[in-house]
Design a protein around this ligand. Sequence first.
Ligand SMILES: [Zn+2]
Length: 306
Amino acid sequence: MSHRPKDTRPSAHKQQRRARGFALIAVFLLIVLLGAAGALATLVNAQQGRAPLAGDGGPGTVLDRIAPREPEEPEDPRAADLALDPGKKTEWKFDGTGKKTVYLTFDDGPSDNTPRVLEVLDRYGIKATFFVTGHEPDKAPYIKDAYDKGHSIGLHSMTHNYDQIYVSEEAFFSDLEAVGNMVKEQIGYVPYLTRFPGGASNTISANYCAGIMTSLVEDVQARGYQFYDWNVSSADASGTNVAVDTLVQSSCVEGYTNVMLLFHDSSTKDTTPDALPQIIEYYQERGYAFEPVTREAFVCHHDVNN
Ligand SMILES: [Zn+2]
């Protein structure tokens, strides 16, 4: 009998099964590889800070979206209230505000004493008003210092020379315009608030021009300014370095709901900042608030005598 050697080759069925096995493994490996590649791509995108989104505009797009905007001019909300604006309608409070309020006002500065006055106001956390002059041009930056601390800046006079400013209305407004421009250089605008040298009640002006105050009190308001006289004086103008006790006694009064208190900011008035703490505490103990002059403030007018 013939011996048929044992067929060691796999049968056709076995070959087909093995081929299917290899194909399955290959597909499986392909899936694993694709998955790994996808995960890698996601990781790389994540490290670049970019979501793997379709239609992503490429590097820089996201950075452009979050780039800071152009710096804008810093806004000054007080300028809208305090700037000279002849078209603006204001309900002036000639009869007072009805609230116990002290308006500390400092004329004739800036001076060497301005930083001392500012230090006391800072210490008590209160705001005041400075009616400034052009006496000491090198101290003009104190005007900006005071304004930046929240105090109001008003116009007093560029020269403060009675024989110059009260000669005529034209001369007066020329001087007022000069001090307005000086203040504008410091705070960015011309303020509406003014105080006449000597007050609206002064009689010195009669030596230079009869009736000029009668005209000026009307005309400064017609031009959009408002002027502020005072109803209490510290008496610091009565001499050089008036005694602190005298300043305190003059400044601390009873019977006023709104106190418009006159001080001077001058290198010859060293005792004025010395007296301030006692004066501030007197009114604080009696429930008064301290406010800078604004369009909401009491408007104090003297009777005109010329
Ligand atoms: Zn003055």
